[in-house]
Design a protein around this ligand. Structure first.
Ligand SMILES: [Zn+2]
Length: 224
């Protein structure tokens, strides 16, 4: 299947075709396969970033055992977390569903200590799993996705395009690049909902997320 990876070193979107049993791009030693990253999403396309894969490598290396991944990637229309979930961006993992409380705490402490993740969710919020992610900061709202504008590149643009396409604003496909056609789709959307923002900022993200999540393409009960 198709995998898009945003490479932070070159500021380019990379496209791969790999079988489900293959490791994700930039993953060492089969630490994480496409199948594990895909989880229960029905998507035929996946995306992540080079830094996210490197953070996973580091965590796995230091943990010295396989890390079970119960939930990683979702499309925005599939729902499953809050409106601006980092899972839609392909930069986060819900792991350790198979571990005891003690082991999960150890993995939590390791993930914090390594400083390769931007956010490790407090364990009181994740009673049966452990969430860590590589989110972009600062965000456009008090929490959530960053502001985007013409010529922005990366996974947040993919989520933007995915949301717009789901609502029938045509971005000309999913390529992670905020070009002319994505800009036209953004402007049409903003004009429909009377949002005046330069590029995509808090109000646009909030409106998009509230309209698109759980858009009926999958059953919310399948997920957490
Ligand atoms: Zn999560």
């Amino acid at each position: 299947m198709k995998v898009l990876i945003y490479n932070e070193d070159t500021n380019k979107m990379e496209s791969y075709n790999r079988s489900l049993g293959s490791p994700m791009p930039y993953i060492k030693n089969r630490y994480l396969t496409l199948k594990e990253f895909k989880g229960s999403t029905k998507s035929q396309i996946l995306w992540s970033t080079k830094r996210t894969m490197e953070a996973f490598n580091k965590t796995r290396e230091r943990w010295r055992k396989p890390i079970y991944v119960g939930y990683a990637f979702k499309r925005i229309f599939e729902g499953g977390h809050s409106g601006q979930s980092q899972h839609y961006v392909g930069v986060s993992f819900d792991t350790a569903q198979n571990l005891s409380v003690k082991q999960r705490t150890e993995l939590y402490n390791l993930a914090k200590k390594l400083k390769v993740w931007v956010y490790v969710e407090p364990l009181r919020l994740t009673p049966r799993w452990l969430h860590f992610d590589k989110r972009a900061t600062p965000s456009a709202c008090s929490a959530g996705y960053p502001a985007l504008k013409m010529n922005s590149k990366g996974n947040y643009v993919l989520v933007l395009q995915d949301a717009l396409n789901t609502l029938n604003y045509n971005t000309g496909g999913l390529d992670g690049i905020y070009g002319q056609q994505t800009n036209r789709a953004v402007q049409a959307f903003q004009s429909r909902y009377n949002i005046s923002e330069n590029g995509v900022q808090c109000k646009t993200w909030q409106k998009l997320s509230s309209l698109v999540v759980g858009k009926g393409k999958s059953n919310k009960n399948e997920y957490y």
